[in-house]
Design a protein around this ligand. Structure first.
Ligand code: KIV
Length: 291
């Protein structure tokens, strides 16, 4: 007689979760993959309800929610807390935790240990890490430990200073070829998918055609297998300059500010709280209380 486990085992996908293997099938069928970042439970839940396939708990959190001016200061503890919140909100999409700067560069051991923390302590389905070259050994080791890895090349914000700032990458034949080689090496190392950030569209298109894993573009043109945008950018919560690749789908900053102004005005004028927002008590109890 054979026995079957009744519960998914450790590291097995929860019921209703998009299977990781479906991403390659989507690429094969030419179905585009929708990915968005999220940093808390409501964000994860809304992305899930909206039908996102992948939710990235990006280290962009350092800028969008923690108020830093780069992604570099994000820590493991902060990213774990945000990832836990997102996994509580998002059920169907695969939740990918972004490995913060310093959590995978120092050694292969650190990289595996921190990737395991994201899965065990925060419920992440996969991790993402920036770079190729020396980072290939980290990808191999994390995948070897049974954790899916998403790669990220092109403009890699954790090393923006080395890249000469926040600007498009791979715009010369030589640099484009280096990106192409990095993409192939990350696929060979075991990545299940690859983010291409701020890369000329024809270069991203060629990489996408030549890889069997799906590419997810951000500022990489229409030929990638999927697209990702930062939650706060697409919802109009980011104020100030936005990169040219961002499309705004709402202006939530304006809506939130208007609502907060209306609330403050109601408080000052005494029109909030109204009758409908208050609790009453019986005359008898009130009289007893007053006595
Ligand atoms: O941190 C992030 O949000 C990212 C995406 C922009 C890909 O890495």
């Amino acid at each position: 007689m054979t026995t079957r486990p009744r519960q998914p085992g450790p590291n097995a996908p929860a019921p209703g979760k998009l299977p990781l293997t479906e991403l390659v099938e989507m690429k094969r069928r030419g179905e585009r993959i929708a990915m968005v970042t999220a940093y808390d439970a409501p964000g994860g839940r809304l992305a899930d309800q909206a039908g996102a396939d992948l939710v990235l708990v990006g280290d962009s959190a350092a800028m969008t929610v923690l108020g830093h001016d780069s992604t570099v200061p994000a820590t493991m503890e902060e990213m774990l807390m945000l990832t836990r919140a997102v996994t509580r909100g998002a059920s169907r999409p695969l939740v990918i935790a972004d490995m913060p700067f310093g959590s995978f560069q120092v050694s292969v051991e650190d990289a595996v240990e921190n990737a395991i923390r994201f899965v065990k302590e925060a419920g992440a389905d996969a991790v993402k890490l920036e770079g190729a070259g020396p980072m290939l050994s980290r990808v191999r080791a994390i995948v070897g430990a049974g954790i899916p890895v998403m790669g990220h090349i092109g403009l890699t914000p954790q090393s923006a200073t080395m890249l000469g700032g926040f600007k498009a990458q791979g715009r010369s034949a030589e640099k484009a070829l280096r990106l192409y080689d990095d993409a192939r090496a990350l696929e060979a190392a075991g990545c299940f998918s690859l983010v291409l950030e701020a890369v000329p569209a024809p270069v991203a298109g060629r990489i996408t055609r030549d890889l069997s894993i799906p590419t997810i573009g951000i500022g990489a043109g229409p030929d990638c297998d999927g697209q990702v945008l930062v939650y706060h950018d697409l919802l109009g919560l980011t104020e100030g300059h936005l990169p040219r690749f961002v499309k705004r789908y709402a202006n939530l900053s304006r809506e939130i500010r208007d609502a907060l102004e209306a609330y403050a005005a109601d408080v000052r004028s005494g029109s909030f709280p109204g009758e409908e927002h208050t609790y009453s008590m019986s005359e008898a109890e009130l009289e007893a209380f007053t006595r």
